[in-house]
Design a protein around this ligand. Structure first.
Ligand code: NBP
Length: 483
């Protein structure tokens, strides 16, 4: 199929919140873009409202969209992840020519991306899974973009993608993360880290309110101050803003009129499932995901509230010192959450043969995305100094942050436990840190038990080899099972 009148650099189908904003971003950056939506009114509304922002080619059908784009065609799909993406891919593929590029910019599971990539490759097409972070505002003004797919496809897409991504110190927040599903994989872990980040912030807020007795507005002041230091980030800044907001209808702090049941729709759960498969302990992200699940179990919560309504112990803290302690605990826990997330990316890359540059990942998360933070510069530097880093926790900057904060971290968790304030992400992060740094772990006992009930064998600290003790026999003789 061909069309001499094709004049668009790129096409995009799916003009809901994200697609519409991404299309405007592309047009505003000087690229001619062909736009389409299943329900045509969204396409015409975009052109009516924002047609003067750039060069749009409105298309009423996918055939028109394909015909409007220069070859090799790059067509971006920005529809609801899952079945809708498959439906659009199925409809689009017969209309394309060999060498054309289909880009899925939705929040697909990377395994779906692998499947689609294989299917399209057989037809001589390129399929690119592209993670886009930054929500509605990022899509319009500069998201962080994690691109998968082939080198060739990235070469074609690069000028557009670099021009629309967020920019930090002259570096665009986009990268070719790796082949096939690598972009969506890294986007998934990004969202997992976002879960942990938000949970840690929420626990900090809860402690300052419930233990230190502060009002939401006072907590907002604390977050604003924290945003001037190491914790400076989009989410901390936004927390101050949200906590300061008053509900217009009731005059109450806005946070008090919002129902306290959070969702865990997809990417957090996927991140945890994937980490279990990889055997990477991402305890902060997992606890954050489970905390959302718990919040949603409203019937169980009501039953438990009725049964166990005793007021927890009043914990007497010095407010100023407690604020400092919570800040240190938050920072240390955040270091752990990111260290775990980067561990997962490294493990996933190794398992799936992706050559992922972890320093580059930190670099492109510095702007545009929800977890953007000053802190990511430190992570970028850590990987620049030592690309094969075993864990971020042991790099001098983070090691110092954790060492300096560890006493406060413990104090905060003690106060939380005494006061009955749940801090699963704070607590599990400290447990992870203590687990890593511990000389001997009780895993030795677990190995012994497994050998006792299931002859699972064990290794010894003093000799090479694998051993089994014949527990049921007199004298419990030990045999060496292998070298
Ligand atoms: P939605 O996820 O709400 O999807 C709505 C779009 O999908 C509309 O254009 C709709 O067309 C189209 N669509 C559906 Br639903 N079924 C279709 C089908 N069978 N065939 C063709 N089109 C179909 O939009 P969104 O919130 O803009 O998100 C788009 C993607 O970006 C999602 O994958 C999302 O996970 C991802 N994402 C979202 C955010 C965010 O902050 N919202 C951030 C990052 C990534 P219609 O108009 O005809 O119904």
């Amino acid at each position: 199929m061909g069309n001499d009148d094709a004049r668009a650099t790129i096409g995009l189908t799916g003009l809901a919140t994200m697609g519409r904003n991404l299309a405007r971003n592309i047009a505003r950056n000087g690229h001619t873009i062909a736009v389409h939506n299943r329900t045509t009114s969204k396409m015409t509304a975009l052109i009516d409202e924002f047609g003067d922002e750039g060069d749009f080619v409105g298309c009423e059908s996918l055939e028109d969209l394909v015909a409007a784009v220069e070859r090799p065609r790059a067509i971006v799909i920005m529809v609801k992840a899952g079945e809708a993406t498959d439906a659009v891919v199925d409809e689009l593929v017969p209309l394309l020519d060999e060498g054309d590029i289909v880009v899925d910019a939705g929040n697909a599971h990377y395994r779906d991306t692998l499947r689609r990539q294989e299917a399209l490759e057989e037809k001589g097409l390129h399929f690119v899974g592209m993670g886009v972070s930054g929500g509605e505002e990022g899509a319009l003004n500069g998201p962080s973009i994690m691109v998968g797919g082939s080198d060739h496809a990235y070469e074609v897409l690069q000028p557009v993608v670099e021009s629309i991504a967020a920019d930090v110190d002259g570096t665009p927040c986009c990268a070719h993360i790796g082949h096939d599903g690598a972009g969506h994989f890294v986007k998934m872990v990004h969202n997992g880290i976002e879960y942990a980040d938000m949970q840690l912030i929420a626990e900090s807020y809860d402690l300052l309110r419930s233990v230190a007795g502060m009002t939401p507005a006072e907590v907002a002041d604390v977050f604003e101050e924290w945003n001037g230091g190491d914790l400076e980030s989009f989410l901390i800044e936004m927390t101050a803003d949200v906590l300061r907001h008053t509900d217009a209808e009731t005059g109450e702090p806005f946070v008090d009129v919002v129902r306290d049941a959070a969702e865990q729709k997809g990417t957090g759960r996927w991140t945890v499932q994937d980490a279990l498969d990889l055997g990477v302990p991402i305890t902060g992200i997992a606890e954050a995901t489970f905390a959302r699940s718990l919040s949603g179990h409203t019937e169980q919560r009501a039953a438990a509230r009725e049964m166990f309504s005793t007021t927890p112990e009043e914990v007497d803290v010095d407010r100023d010192s407690f604020v400092d302690q919570v800040r240190a605990a938050l920072y240390a826990s955040k270091v752990v959450a990111y260290a775990q997330g980067f561990d997962q990316i490294a493990a996933g890359a190794e398992e799936r043969g992706w050559d992922i540059d972890l320093g580059e990942v930190a670099t492109i998360w510095r702007g545009g995305c929800i977890i953007r933070a000053q802190f990511l510069d430190r992570i970028r530097e850590a990987y620049a100094d030592e690309p094969d880093l075993t864990t971020l926790l042991t790099t001098p900057y983070f090691a110092e942050a954790v060492t300096d904060g560890v006493d406060a971290w413990r104090e905060v968790i003690v106060a939380a436990v005494r006061g009955g304030v749940p801090t699963p992400a704070f607590s599990s992060s400290l447990a992870y840190f203590d687990g890593l740094r511990r000389d001997r772990l009780p895993a030795a006992l677990i190995q012994a038990l497994r050998d006792d009930f299931g002859a699972h064998t064990y290794e010894r600290v003093d000799r090479e080899g694998t051993f089994h003790t014949r527990w049921a026999e007199e004298g419990r003789p030990e045999e060496q099972v292998s070298d």
